[in-house]
Ligand binder design. Structure first.
Ligand SMILES: *Cc1c(COP(=O)(O)O)cnc(C)c1O
Length: 377
């Protein structure tokens, strides 16, 4: 996606506009599969639920991780639309429902699909037994999330020490546990988390097998880091670590799933926004743009992510602040960006903004979410 293309799209469509390049999504998916050949990728739809992305990834061979009934139907309907045979296909190959906590109504609606679902506690097992007894189960384990940008281990995952007891309890109730899963935390740049998680999962699977329950699936979750900056080690290095653990610890007939979200889509989108205000406060130039942390920059709040704001204009840069369009003081995009002297009406852009960005846009203050333009679909 060139700067000229971005400028032309902003000119034609107006701002703010998120440009999603499907060539990059396909490239990220291919890199995932090439580096982790034994692992099927279930795209975590919450990272960016655009139906166009679902269709592109389905065509490339991906499966999907969903976490709500609307997400399940979004994937189901889009893959039906592409492939009439998908309806007869075994849904586990295409969708995992990976939210360990499910409303009863969702379980009732899911049961007809005989879905693959995760759980991590005894109350959830009771609910599944009552409302979705035909589901296949995956037990989510709690694993270290040390250093990940978004941590999940205080919210989800059973203690490894309780895992085999829960597996036995499920079988005792007439349910079927197919495997275990973990999530090392999102944007996991500490690869040791994966090593520890594989160790924990392997110990649980061995112990379950020794008690007569051989589990066939290991779902290694998400967390694969996007290359937001030069400190993120290359994906190929993480893949080498993962492949070594897979070879070292698991029987050769184990099926591996992963749920990459951010890794597949973060680098595929660029936001173009426009300067709508300019002021000097305490000697620092402050720019106001027509997007906000309630919109495409929501990842600043929810995802602990930082996005650089860049200029199309050249010129000597100075430190300035960039604020969003809303009246809220929280709506601060950056206190220190390097930008040349810009005028009202100039456009700026932020790269690598495809994950956890416009997915959580609101209408706060009456401002609508940015338009989305898909290229190379
Ligand atoms: C959010 C989420 C993912 C995706 O995580 P990324 O860090 O974006 O790869 C995968 N699995 C589950 C269960 C999730 O909640």
């Amino acid at each position: 996606m060139t700067r000229e293309q971005l400028q032309a799209i902003a000119e034609e469509r107006g701002t703010p506009v998120v440009v999603i390049d499907h060539d990059i999504i396909r490239r990220n998916y291919a890199a995932f599969r090439k580096n982790l050949p034994r692992v099927q990728a279930y795209y975590a739809v919450k990272a960016n639920p655009a139906p166009e992305i679902i269709r592109t990834l389905y065509r490339a061979g991906a499966s999907f991780d969903v976490a709500s009934m609307p997400e399940f139907m979004l994937v189901y309907d889009n893959i039906q639309h592409l492939d009439a045979r998908a309806q007869q296909d075994f849904i586990w190959d295409k969708i995992v429902y990976a939210n360990p906590i499910k409303p009863q109504k969702t379980l009732e609606a899911l049961n007809q699909y005989k879905p693959l679902v995760t759980f991590d506690n005894p109350s959830e097992l009771d609910k599944i037994k009552q409302h979705a007894p035909d589901a296949g189960l995956i037990l989510r384990l709690r694993v270290p999330n040390t250093g990940s940008m978004v941590e999940l281990s205080s919210k989800f995952g059973c203690d490894p020490g309780d895992a085999v007891g829960l597996i036995e309890a499920a079988f005792g109730m007439g349910l079927v546990v197919e495997g275990v899963s973990f999530h090392v935390g999102s944007q996991c740049t500490n690869f040791h988390n994966f090593v520890q998680a594989f160790g924990i999962a392997s110990a649980v699977m061995r112990e379950a097998a020794s008690r007569g329950h051989k589990l066939k699936i290991l779902d290694i979750g998400g967390g694969f880091p996007a290359p937001y900056n030069r400190h993120v080690k290359p994906f190929s290095a993480l893949a080498r670590t993962i492949n070594a653990e897979i070879r070292r610890l698991f029987p050769s007939d184990t099926e591996f799933l992963a749920e990459p979200g951010r890794f597949l889509v973060a680098t595929a989108a660029t936001l173009v926004a426009r300067i709508i205000g300019k002021a000097v406060r305490d000697g620092k130039t402050c720019y106001y743009i027509d997007d906000s942390v309630y919109h495409t920059y929501s990842g600043i709040i929810f995802d602990h992510c930082h996005y650089s704001v860049k200029s199309f204009k050249r010129g000597a840069a100075e430190v300035c602040a960039v604020f969003g369009q809303t009246c809220d003081g929280l709506d601060t995009i950056s206190h220190s960006e390097q930008l040349p002297d810009l005028d009202i009406g100039d456009i700026v852009y932020s790269e690598d903004i495809g994950a956890y960005s416009n997915a959580s846009s609101t209408w706060f203050n009456g401002f609508p979410p940015a338009q989305v333009v898909h290229i190379n679909e």
